[in-house]
Design a binder for this molecule. Structure first.
Ligand SMILES: Cc1cc2nc3c(=O)[nH]c(=O)nc-3n(C[C@H](O)[C@H](O)[C@H](O)COP(=O)(O)OP(=O)(O)OC[C@H]3O[C@@H](n4cnc5c(N)ncnc54)[C@H](O)[C@@H]3O)c2cc1C
Length: 489
């Protein structure tokens, strides 16, 4: 396990795709710390199944088609310049990660295989079976580990960042559980999503919106945090908060949605049927649930044959079997749950936030690419393109050094009363009830009041710094900002 030094050129908070790829852009003479509060592989990126959307061939596809699909899915609330940047530059980044060893599925002639997902008018999603994110994280981590200029630290929680002369002081609890401060001239926040502000989400435990909280405290602008995506087809297991996602690619390969009577129903709601964008499918399921007075819904791909399903979706097949369902033989129960954050820390085309030297990339950032609803498989390329752009922008300023900055040896004070409350669960319940697929305005108003009270309570007492306490602070900040934004719409 690497130990952190006191001084770095760059601090990257997060070791998902955005953090890892961005760290690889720096030269060997630039010192970079990549810090992750979780273990290796515990991040949203590792869970990505579907793939990476990129126009890699122009015979049947074009940048214009991909732009159009992205704008339609986003309800034209996207920033057109960010969309163009993503779509024009994404294919080069995909080629670069292939050069770094990422293995995407190819046919017997060595041609990359492209799949289709909801909202895409063309097959343009490259994938590694149904474990694309894991493959990318493993290969990029292996490359990062070979770079002597990069220090990669897991189980290290950044709980406070402050501006100091020439950069930032970051306070953290290191992997030994000890408090420590480090200095960095530039910070890139790559902390992922906010899913854990909901009771049911596809996001992993680390997705508590810490980047949004840290950036807010630094005074950075947060934008459209209430643009939250609910995935229509998570495996329905009400006893578990992390819902296993059944990728959109399953519908892309022809799976049908069925109601409690095992009847198809999408024709009632949208002519694109199962391939309508996620928000449309999620809303259709909730509307059908009201019509049938039942929460029972199923996904059925049995007509494709067991060999195809097992070969194309090995992880999904195995995960369903673990949960008692054979996806090759029977429909599996599904229901919508929180999945993705389109808003976030507001950044420009170079991933700069509104605070000098502070950057944000990946799911925690609002680039404007996704508008009101993300097109499937557009977030991994977004993490690549804007993670790289953050690093490229910083490189232009690295030569301007203000001299060495002295970092105090006195560690940050993390002492205080033990945090025993359970505000996190209370916040999750508020969000699940108030701001799910069909928001409830009265519950949003009362939920906002309560989130503000909880935030005040957490700030007014001197609790000892711990993962649980920091998580509650982040969730309170996220819930308050989401509900405030949504109520203003
Ligand atoms: C189940 C699932 C399937 C998906 N499928 C796809 C797909 O097929 N295609 C696609 O394009 N997108 C997909 N997505 C979305 C995509 O995976 C994510 O948007 C993207 O990977 C986010 O990458 P990231 O680097 O921004 O964050 P993450 O990969 O989530 O990484 C966040 C990092 O920040 C660290 N961190 C957070 N807070 C702190 C802190 N306070 N201190 C220190 N470290 C911290 C975490 O430990 C972690 O290392 C999927 C998401 C999920 C959940």
């Amino acid at each position: 396990m690497s130990k952190l030094l006191k001084n770095y050129d760059i601090l990257i908070v997060g070791s998902g795709i955005a953090g890892l790829y961005s760290s690889l852009q720096f030269d060997s003479n630039t010192s970079v710390a990549v810090v992750s509060k979780g273990n290796e592989g515990i991040c949203g990126s590792s869970l990505a199944q579907g793939g990476v959307a990129a126009v890699l061939q122009h015979e049947n596809d074009s940048f214009d088609f991909h732009v159009k699909d992205t704008l339609i899915a986003g309800g034209y609330k996207n920033d057109p310049l960010s969309v163009e940047t993503l779509i024009q530059e994404g294919p080069e980044d995909v080629k670069k990660i292939i050069d770094l060893g990422v293995d995407f599925d190819s046919d017997k002639n060595g041609e990359l295989m492209m799949t289709l997902e909801g909202g895409h008018s063309r097959r343009r999603i490259v994938h590694h079976r149904d474990q694309t994110g894991r493959e990318m994280v493993e290969k990029l981590t292996a490359t990062v580990e070979q770079r002597p200029n990069i220090t990669l630290c897991y189980n290290t929680l950044i709980f406070n960042i402050e501006q100091v002369l020439g950069g930032f002081r970051a306070d953290l609890i290191n992997a030994d559980g000890e408090p420590q401060s480090i200095f960095a001239r530039f910070v890139i926040l790559a902390t992922g999503g906010i899913g854990r502000v909901y009771r049911y989400t596809t996001n992993p435990v680390i997705s508590t919106g810490d980047g949004v909280y840290l950036a807010s405290k630094l005074g950075a602008r947060i934008k459209n945090l209430h643009y939250i995506q609910f995935h229509p087809t998570a495996f329905n297991s009400p006893d578990c908060s992390e819902q296993f996602l059944i990728s959109e690619a399953v519908r892309g390969e022809g799976a049908k949605l069925l109601n409690c009577n095992l009847e198809q129903f999408m024709h009632r709601y949208d002519e694109r049927l199962e391939l309508a964008p996620r928000d449309v499918v999620s809303r259709s399921i909730i509307a059908e649930s009201k019509r049938t007075n039942s929460n029972k819904f199923y996904l059925d791909i049995t007509h494709k044959g067991a060999d195809f399903i097992r070969e194309r979706f090995p992880a999904i097949t195995a995960a369903c079997l673990e949960r008692g369902y054979d996806i090759t033989k029977e429909p599996v129960p599904i229901f919508p749950c929180q999945h993705y954050l389109m808003g976030g820390i507001d950044v420009d085309l170079n991933a700069r936030t509104t605070v000098p030297r502070l950057y944000a990339a990946g799911e925690c950032a609002h680039t404007g690419v996704h508008g009101g609803n993300r097109l499937a498989s557009n977030s991994l390329p977004e993490a690549l393109v804007f993670g790289r752009r953050a690093a490229q922008d910083i490189k232009r300023y690295l030569a301007q050094r203000l001299g060495e900055v002295e970092v105090s040896d006195i560690p940050p004070d993390i002492s205080g009363e033990e945090y025993k409350e359970n505000y996190s669960d209370e916040i999750r319940e508020i969000m699940q009830q108030a701001y799910f697929v069909m928001p409830d305005r009265d519950k949003m108003i009362s939920g906002l009041h309560r989130a503000i009270e909880i935030e005040k309570e957490l700030d007014s007492r001197k609790y000892a710094v711990s993962y649980k306490y920091c998580e509650a602070k982040s969730l309170a900040c996220v819930a308050k900002t989401v509900l405030e934004g949504a109520l203003k719409e």
